[in-house]
Design a protein. Structure first.
Ligand SMILES: CC(C)[C@H](C(=O)O)[C@@H](O)C(=O)O
Ligand code: SF4
Length: 480
C-alpha cells in the first residue's frame, strides 16, 4: 500500500498489484489491451511459435489504423480495394488473420466502428475510469482523459500482455500539473497542452505519471481531456490522467462496452472514489496560469518548440542551453525559417485535420465552425479532414460537417492515422509546410522533408482560409 493520502495514480496502482517482488517491481494486472496492425504481428507470431493462447481475449480489442489508406476502401461493386504498399498490406493481413485465430474482438478496415485505436477505445466504452490500459503505441496516455492509467508498451510487452494479461512494472513518480484560472475565449485544450509542453519541455515528465488538475479540466469535455492526455508522452511522461467526474460518467453511459444496469451503478460508485486525496503529495508539481495561454503554434521540430501565434520565430541564441541552441539552429534550417519572422506570416500549403489528438466530433465541429461559408486560400494545395473513426464520420455527416469541409475546398476521408505520420499514402510533399492538428512535428514525420506546424483544429481551419498561420480570433471577427 502507498501513503495514507493517495494520488489517483497510487489508487489505480494499488488496485492492480498482483504480486510484489523483492526487487521493487510489481506484477500489474492489465484491464484493457488495444492492438493495432503495426506493433502486433511479431507478438502474435511469438505466441503461435510457443503454442500459447491469448489469456483474456475479451479484454483485448484490435483495430487497424496506421497503414490504411484514407481513400475509399471498397469499389463500386462492394469489393475491398487492395493496399498497394506491400508492407502495409502484410501488416493488415496479419491482424485480420490473427484476431479471429486468437479469438480477439476485431473492428476491420470496413467496419463502421473502425478508427484510430485511441479514438475507438473511449468511444466504445472499452476504456474506463480506474482501469489499466496498454497498447503498443506511444499515445496510449490519451485514455487517461477518462481517468484511466494508460501507457504505451513495446512489441515484446504486447506479447507478454497477450499471453498473461499482466506486466512487470516499477512504479513511476507522480507529477501534478495544476492549471489555475480560466482559458480565454477561442483558446482550446490543444493550445493548452502545447503551452504546457512548452513550459515543461519534452523531458519535463520523464519517469512520471502526470495528473492534470484544476477547474479548467473539470470544465472540459471528455474530447478535450483526451486531447490533453494524448500529448503527455510529448512531455516525456509515462502517462497522463484526469480524475473521472460526472462529465466522464455522462460520456460513458450507454456506450457499447460500458457496464450496464446494476453493474453501471456499482462502477460509478467505485469511480467516484478515484481522485487524489486531499493532502496527497506529488513528487513534482508545476503550476500553469491559464490566462497566459494564447492560440499556440510550433516553429521547430520538437513539440516543445511552441510560441503564441502573435509571436515570432525565436533566435537560437535566446536559449541559455548550448545544446538547445544547436537544436534550434537545426530546426530552423529544416523548417526553412529565419529568427524574428512573424509566425502569422508563415505561408502553408497543406492542411491536416485529424489524428488521435484532434479527430473527434468536437474537433471537427470546431474546424467546421471556422470554415462554414468560407473557402480555402489559393496557397493551399492539399487539405484533408480525417475523422477519427467511422462513428465520428457518421455523426459528422449527420450534422452536415462533411459538406462544410468539401464546400470550403478540403477533402473528406475515411478514418485512420493518415498524415499524422508517413506510414500510408497521405503525406506532405518534400519542402512543403503544413498546419496540422496532430501531435508530432519531428523531422520527416509527415513525409520526407515535410515541415509541420502543430495547431488546434480551429487554428488549422484559420490557416486553410488565410493560406498562412493565422490567429483564429482575428478571422472570427470578420464576416464569412
Ligand atoms: C507506429 C506506432 C508504434 C507509433 C507510436 O508508438 O506512437 C505511432 O503511433 C506514432 O504516433 O508515432
Ligand atoms: S494518429 Fe498519429 S499519434 Fe495517433 S496513433 Fe496514429 S500515428 Fe500515432
Amino acid at each position: 500500500m502507498s501513503a495514507k493520502h493517495r494520488t489517483l495514480y497510487d489508487k489505480i496502482w494499488d488496485a492492480h498489484v498482483v504480486e510484489q517482488r523483492d526487487d521493487g517491481t510489481c506484477l500489474i494486472f492489465i484491464d484493457r489491451h488495444l492492438v493495432h496492425e503495426v506493433t502486433s504481428p511479431q507478438a502474435f507470431e511469438a505466441l503461435r511459435l510457443s503454442g500459447r493462447k491469448v489469456r483474456r481475449p475479451e479484454l483485448t480489442l484490435a483495430v487497424p489504423d496506421h497503414n490504411l489508406p484514407t481513400t475509399a476502401r471498397v469499389d463500386a461493386d462492394g469489393n475491398r480495394i487492395p493496399i498497394a504498399d506491400q508492407e502495409s498490406a502484410a501488416q493488415l493481413a496479419a491482424l485480420e488473420a490473427n484476431a479471429p485465430a486468437f479469438g480477439v474482438r476485431y473492428f476491420g478496415a470496413t467496419a463502421k466502428e473502425q478508427g484510430i485505436v485511441h479514438v475507438v477505445g473511449p468511444e466504445q466504452g472499452f476504456s474506463l475510469p480506474g482501469t489499466t490500459i496498454v497498447c503498443g503505441d506511444s499515445h496510449t496516455a490519451c485514455h487517461g482523459g477518462l481517468g484511466a492509467w494508460a501507457f504505451g508498451i513495446g512489441t515484446s510487452e504486447v506479447e507478454h500482455v497477450l499471453a498473461t494479461q499482466t506486466l512487470l512494472l516499477r512504479k513511476s513518480r507522480t507529477m501534478e500539473i495544476r492549471v489555475e484560472g480560466e482559458l480565454g475565449p477561442g483558446i482550446t485544450s490543444k493550445d493548452l497542452i502545447l503551452h504546457i509542453i512548452g513550459v515543461i519541455g519534452t523531458a519535463g515528465g520523464t519517469g512520471h505519471v502526470i495528473e492534470y488538475r484544476g477547474k479548467v479540466f473539470e470544465d472540459m469535455s471528455i474530447e478535450s481531456r483526451l486531447t490533453v492526455c494524448n500529448m503527455s508522452i510529448e512531455g516525456g511522461a509515462r502517462g497522463g490522467m484526469i480524475a473521472p467526474d460526472e462529465t466522464t460518467f455522462a460520456y460513458l453511459k450507454g456506450r457499447n462496452f460500458a457496464p450496464k444496469g446494476e453493474e453501471w451503478d456499482k462502477a460509478v460508485a467505485y469511480w467516484k472514489t478515484l481522485h487524489s486525496d486531499e493532502g496527497a503529495v506529488f513528487d513534482k508539481s508545476v503550476v500553469i496560469d491559464a490566462t497566459e495561454v494564447e492560440p499556440t503554434v510550433t516553429w521547430g521540430t520538437s513539440p516543445e518548440d511552441v510560441v503564441p501565434i502573435g509571436g515570432v520565430v525565436p533566435d537560437p541564441l535566446s536559449f541559455a542551453d548550448p545544446s538547445k541552441q544547436k537544436a534550434a539552429r537545426a530546426s530552423l534550417d529544416y523548417m526553412g525559417l529565419e529568427p524574428g519572422q512573424r509566425m502569422d506570416e508563415i505561408e502553408v500549403q497543406n492542411i491536416f485535420i485529424g489524428s488521435c489528438t484532434n479527430s473527434r466530433i468536437e474537433d471537427l465541429r470546431a474546424a467546421a465552425e471556422v470554415l462554414r461559408g468560407r473557402h480555402i486560400h489559393p496557397n493551399i494545395k492539399w487539405g484533408i479532414v480525417v475523422p477519427g473513426s467511422g462513428l465520428v464520420k457518421i455523426q459528422a455527416e449527420a450534422e452536415g460537417l462533411d459538406k462544410v469541409f468539401i464546400d470550403a475546398g478540403l477533402e473528406w476521408r475515411e478514418p485512420g492515422c493518415s498524415a499524422c505520420l508517413g506510414m500510408n499514402p497521405d503525406k506532405v510533399p518534400m519542402g512543403e509546410r503544413s498546419a496540422s492538428t496532430s501531435n508530432r512535428n519531428f523531422v520527416g514525420r509527415q513525409g520526407p522533408g515535410a515541415r509541420t506546424h502543430l495547431v488546434s483544429p480551429s487554428m488549422a481551419a484559420a490557416a486553410a482560409v488565410a493560406g498562412r498561420l493565422a490567429d483564429v480570433r482575428e478571422l472570427s471577427k470578420q464576416p464569412a
